[in-house]
Design a protein around this ligand. Structure first.
Ligand SMILES: NC(=O)c1ccc[n+]([C@@H]2O[C@H](COP(=O)([O-])OP(=O)(O)OC[C@H]3O[C@@H](n4cnc5c(N)ncnc54)[C@H](OP(=O)(O)O)[C@@H]3O)[C@@H](O)[C@H]2O)c1
Length: 339
């Protein structure tokens, strides 16, 4: 089978399409012939050597796929060869075939195409899990979302629309604001030309917001905490600030780590604040939660409440260009790889 390999840490040129034997499904697993695989920011960071969870290069990454079951392992129940499915996989998704335990594989609705299917699991699970399991989003809440025009950001905006009266503040480059408005963002903010924190304060008459969803990390976590109203919550779910260009910079990494807020339960109590962490990649032991949430999301897709916005579809041979779309901040929505 062909797969996109990260041959060593570095720029997009370290990606190569290579041949290797297709994996065999183990007990409780199925093998999926991949028709489309999502590309995530984490995988760009993995290629840059900035994602500690990734396997050591040379490796094949990829957390989500849509495809067709083509082999069933011993004791794997509920799925049959030929079934169209979406799946969460623990790496190896950027390949023509990948194996996954049945609990992380779900049949796709008939009218869901493979590219859209591959755009759902990671972005929408992250958004759904943060808003509805971790944060308990309520009507009328004010939500600040960073990287709002990325895959997770747009998923957050669409899901916020399912709750009445939610006011959203989304940071993104100015060129992407029209799309943010289309997706229901109440207040797009150009973080490149204005101080987003000052803008949020101005728009809320100094009060701040109820929920900050922050995948930037470092100093932005500190700024986010200062923007919370009483009973507010900050959800930390990424550290994109570690990645400034195409390559790792130790100076940047050090500056971001030293800029992080130092928190204690005592200080949280005094401020009536909550800080939560979300990392889907560390939730494999709770496949039951992920499955329940993915079922809910497929239902929301079927009802028309969510619609992944596809930025681009790239054949495996153009994986380097796909990575550049994200690292050069040009994507609006999801970048998908196809074999
Ligand atoms: N914890 C979890 O389980 C989990 C799961 C999924 C994703 N995440 C995190 O969520 C964040 C968003 O992921 P995603 O896949 O939705 O992102 P994405 O689609 O790749 O979004 C990329 C966009 O983010 C903006 N951006 C802001 N700061 C950036 C930076 N330092 N480098 C590159 N782009 C930057 C750029 O748009 P502008 O032009 O607007 O700047 C860029 O186009 C990432 O930090 C990722 O690691 C976490």
């Amino acid at each position: 089978m062909r797969a996109v390999w990260i041959t060593k840490p570095g720029g997009p040129e370290v990606l190569a399409v290579r041949e290797s034997a297709a994996p065999e499904p183990g007990p409780g697993e199925v093998r999926i012939a991949v028709r489309a695989a999502g590309l995530n920011f984490a995988e760009v960071m993995a290629r840059q050597g900035l994602y500690p969870d990734a396997p050591k290069p040379p490796c094949v990454v990829g957390y989500e796929v849509a495809g067709v079951v083509d082999a069933v392992g011993a004791g794997a129940e509920g799925l049959t060869v030929g079934q169209r499915v979406v799946a969460l996989v623990r790496f190896g998704g950027h390949a023509e075939a990948v194996c996954a335990p049945v609990e992380r594989v779900l049949p796709m609705p008939d009218d869901l195409d493979f590219v859209t299917g591959a755009a759902l699991p990671v972005n929408y699970l992250t958004a759904y899990h943060m808003l509805f399991r971790v944060a308990n989003l309520r009507p009328g809440a004010r939500v600040l979302v960073h990287m709002a025009a990325g895959g997770v950001g747009l998923a957050v905006l669409q899901l916020c629309r399912t709750v009445p009266g939610v006011v959203t503040f989304g940071t993104a480059s100015a060129a992407k604001h029209a799309v943010l408005r289309e997706e229901g963002c109440t207040h797009p903010i150009d973080y490149r030309t204005e101080d987003y924190a000052a803008r949020v304060r101005e728009l809320t008459a100094g009060e701040g917001v109820d929920l900050v969803l922050d995948p930037l990390g470092g100093r932005d976590w500190k700024r986010g905490l200062r923007l919370l109203r009483p009973v507010g919550q900050l959800v930390a779910y990424g550290f994109a600030n570690l990645s400034g260009g195409e390559r790792r910079s130790l100076r940047r990494v050090a500056a971001q780590f030293t800029g992080m807020p130092v928190l204690t339960p005592f200080s949280m109590m005094g401020r009536n604040q909550t800080v939560s962490g979300v990392n889907l990649g560390h939730l494999w032991s709770r496949s039951d939660l992920l499955r329940e949430e993915l079922i809910a999301l497929l239902g929301l897709w079927s009802s028309g409440a969510i619609r992944p916005r596809i930025d681009g579809v790239f054949p495996f041979g153009e994986a380097a260009a796909a990575h550049r779309r994200l690292s050069e901040r040009r994507n609006v929505g999801k970048v998908v790889l196809v074999p």
